[in-house]
Design a protein. Structure first.
Ligand code: BG6
Length: 486
């Protein structure tokens, strides 16, 4: 492990992500004594303000976004004391020089740069830093998604940043990798003997990955329209989850070994085309309805104009390798779903031969199911067959073997995903960040679906808010004799 960076330069510091997530995460890291000695946070944005004005902003954000019982004025004051503000407009060399002056003498102690700006500013910001002499062997750079809107545009961004930083100094953020629950998938798969021998096409019938959200556009109109659920959620978060579920065991838990295995999975995703998208994908867009008892408007009403952007997508994907041949991976995600619920379901195959007769007695002999709930609560449930008590022959019934990780680790604070990621960035550990070849493999698959939709002229079907997408999403899986786990 390298020495942690003593300076964090945060671009987009006046934005929503910085207020909601990044400053509260830094506050928590400070509270746990995890920030380096002599730590300096250089906040930067287009807003013209000074150190004092911005510190007030940070304090307001901490009060607003930290849970009420976590805010402590003294600790907040300590964090604010580490923050200085330096306004920068991309392309303004004077402002970059002024920023460089404020960190002079600190380059040797390492600088981590965090770009929480619109992606169009990634390259000009990196260039501005380089021109001001701030890019050196101890400078790292982190970028938020989206990296491009397709493979070609992602290469332009990656080339521009790659011209100034070595790949090992580039930290592409996918905040799902910072979630304890997602890291726990690695523990479940590779910390236990139980699952691995069955984790393949011989024993598994299919896999489902659902990420449901109850929110709608949340004022993100300008970003979301034209992007849609496939690019916003599947290209990054869901494919990262899929790659962890499907990867071969890495030789060790390090950034190269883990990411080498993930990228192999991503490259094995079978591309779609104009024909396959019709059978293997569903696009949806929400209309007015009710979510959790609240009446909500439809997407086009929120947007104020007609749109072909999907707010829901369901896919049936295949991973063409030995482990997963013939096993469908059903993915679905959407806004205005009935519940905020993220989970993975592993459906095992039926036993090879039932000694209990065709129906297995009782409610019947069901194949085992493993359900890994990621959000809102973290739990793992294995459905197994058991004998119902009684003298009336052997009657079987499905029962749940439940592990509630929330309960098991109840005494511990649930960390913000960005705490892990900021700490790893400062310490220079890229294991939980996305490597360039992963992003590109993700785009290759996503592009094939988008091209397929264009070729097939597939527009989103409507679904009333508060439903799990259009009815065709149910048909997508039920045609195969399975059903979504809601
Ligand atoms: C973001 C997407 O990356 O992830 C949002 O842009 C989405 O549209 C969010 O709401 C979901 O994150 P989480 O952590 O709330 O599941």
């Amino acid at each position: 492990m390298t020495e942690p960076s003593a300076t964090l330069i945060l671009f987009g510091a006046t934005g929503d992500l910085a207020h909601r997530m990044l400053f509260p995460s830094l506050y928590n890291l400070l509270g746990d004594g995890l920030l380096p000695e002599d730590f300096l946070i250089v906040a930067s944005g287009r807003t013209a303000t000074d150190d004092e004005g911005f510190r007030k902003d940070v304090d307001d954000a901490l009060q607003k976004f930290l849970p009420a019982d976590r805010y402590d004025a003294e600790q907040a004051g300590k964090l604010c004391g580490m923050v200085i503000y330096s306004p920068v407009e991309a392309g303004n060399a004077d402002q970059f020089r002024a920023l460089a002056d404020r960190v002079s003498g600190r380059m040797d102690k390492g600088i981590s740069v965090y770009l929480s700006t619109p992606p169009a500013l990634f390259a000009p910001t990196a260039q501005g830093l380089a021109d001001a002499g701030l890019v050196g062997p101890k400078t790292r750079i982190a970028m938020e998604k989206p990296i491009g809107k397709d493979l070609a545009s992602s290469k332009v961004v990656n080339d521009a940043i790659g011209a100034l930083f070595a790949e090992e100094s580039i930290f592409r953020v996918d905040h799902y990798l910072g979630k304890e629950t997602v890291q726990n998938l690695l523990a479940l798969r590779f910390g236990n003997m139980l699952f691995e021998p069955l984790w393949n096409a011989n024993a598994i019938d299919h896999v489902q990955i659902t990420v449901g959200e109850t929110v709608g556009l949340e004022g993100r109109v300008s970003y979301y329209d034209g992007v849609g659920a496939l690019r916003d959620m599947v290209q990054n978060h869901m494919l990262q989850i899929l790659s962890i579920i499907a990867m071969e065991p890495p030789a060790r838990f390090d950034s190269t070994a883990v990411r080498d295995e993930k990228v192999k999975v991503l490259r094995s995703l079978r591309p779609m085309d104009g024909d396959s998208v019709k059978a293997q994908s569903v696009r949806g867009q929400y209309t007015p309805g009710a979510v959790a008892g609240q009446i909500v408007t439809g997407y086009v009403d929120e947007l104020g104009k007609p749109s072909d952007t999907e707010t829901f997508v369901a896919l049936k994907g295949y991973i063409d390798n030995w482990r997963w041949t013939g096993v469908p991976f059903y993915l679905r995600t959407g806004k205005r779903m009935p519940a905020r619920q993220s989970e993975i379901l592993i459906q095992f195959k039926p036993v090879a031969h039932s000694i209990f007769g065709k129906r297995g007695g009782g409610t019947g002999l069901e194949p085992n199911t493993l359900i890994i709930r990621l959000q809102p609560e973290e739990k793992i449930r294995l459905l197994i067959m058991a004998k119902e008590p009684g003298l009336d022959g052997v009657k079987l019934r499905e029962v749940g073997l439940d592990v509630s990780l929330d309960h098991e680790f109840g005494g511990q604070r649930r960390r913000i995903a960005y705490e892990r990621l900021l700490l790893d960035l400062l310490e220079g550990d890229p294991t939980l960040f996305v490597r360039r070849d992963e992003v590109e493999a993700q785009w290759v698959w996503i592009d094939s679906i988008i091209d397929g939709w264009k070729e097939a002229g597939m527009k989103p079907a409507s679904y009333a808010s508060g439903n799990w997408g259009p009815s065709s999403a149910i048909a997508l899986i039920e045609r195969d004799g399975a059903s979504w786990h809601d």
